[in-house]
Design a protein around this ligand. Structure first.
Ligand code: UVW
Length: 318
């Protein structure tokens, strides 16, 4: 059996943005979203229609999640019964209330990844030592991204619709050239510094596919690594890639067999911020109906100290 190629070999000539925004930078490509770029992005608001792109958390049938991560659990810690049996809080004036807790992986719902979430070799984003990830991310955690916030013009590319499908197939791939062909068919232009949102239909399919089938031989569809694709992200100065898949790219790059190489090529090396598990079906239907595939996008992941990522409910205004 041929030896498995190491990701450092696959990406040995790939571009890096380390140091581009200073040696302490922890937000990478989000630096492209300057106030001027954001103001310009606001001009893509036309009708005022609002869409939210987060998946619900703690659904009875479970939530879409990378296999092996535990599902979110919500614990009710106070409700009406506590007040009826005398265990409620004695609020002066007689108010009653309910409280609950949640336990979930930070990558367990619609989420932003911290730039230090994934790496290879001895370094994470911007050349910080991989050891800084021990005991919580001391560098490139989600906190600086959450403090900055994400806002700007975004374009939705509906790869499923472009290929005439409700959902792309298990392991089905596409590249930036396919994105450009789909954009042309949709009548929209991907501009420099756009937030790029790609729909495959995959997360939507979670809600109508039996769980064993959804997770069978877990292999999501998605972007696949090519050196030209990475260079295109670099040339287009894409600050943020958002998809309706659990991991933004085809699970295993078919030629090399490397798992999730774009996580490293885009996030670790270029500083592209990744957002995953978005639910894009309603937005895509609306865009297909009114022909408007660009809009204003804003997201504020939770401010988790040293977090590897954080849940988010992104908002689109058309
Ligand atoms: C992994 O960490 C495997 O992927 P994700 O970025 O989807 O959390």
């Amino acid at each position: 059996m041929a030896e498995q190629l190491h990701i450092s070999e696959l990406l040995k000539d790939a571009p890096k943005n380390w140091g581009k925004w200073g040696e302490d930078d922890e937000v990478g490509g989000l630096n492209y979203l300057t106030p001027e770029v954001i103001k310009e992005g606001a001009s893509s608001i036309r009708s005022g229609k609002v869409f939210t792109l987060g998946v619900p958390i703690g659904m009875p049938g479970g939530d879409p999640i990378w296999p092996g991560r535990p599902l979110a659990q919500r614990f009710q810690v106070r409700d009406r019964s506590d007040f009826l049996n005398g265990n409620g809080i004695d609020y002066a004036g007689g108010m009653e209330d309910s409280d609950d807790h949640i336990s979930m992986p930070l990558q367990g719902s619609t989420q932003y990844d911290a730039l230090g979430h994934v790496w290879y070799g001895d370094h994470i984003w911007n050349g910080f030592a991989a050891e800084t990830t021990t005991g919580g991310l001391k560098k490139a955690s989600i906190l600086p991204i959450a403090e900055k916030g994400i806002a700007g013009r975004a374009v939705l590319i509906d790869m499923a619709r472009f290929r005439g499908k409700q959902v792309l197939g298990r392991g089905e791939t596409f590249t930036h050239e396919d994105l450009l062909a789909a954009a042309e068919a949709q009548g929209v232009t991907i501009q420099k510094r756009d937030i790029l949102i790609i729909r495959t239909g995959w997360i939507g399919s979670f809600y109508y596919t039996p769980s064993e089938e959804f997770y069978r031989d877990f292999l999501e569809p998605g972007l696949t690594y090519t050196p030209e694709l990475v260079q295109w992200f670099q040339d287009m100065e894409i600050p943020n890639l958002c998809t309706d898949t659990i991991a933004n790219e085809v699970t295993v790059e078919p030629e090399s067999g490397v798992v999730l190489p774009l996580h490293s090529a885009l996030m670790r090396n270029l500083g592209v911020t990744l957002a995953e598990i978005l639910l894009l079906d309603k937005l895509a239907d609306d865009c297909a109906a009114d022909g408007q595939w660009d809009f204003f996008y804003a997201a504020g992941p939770l401010k988790v100290y040293r977090g590897t990522g954080a849940p988010v409910n992104p908002v689109v205004i058309k």
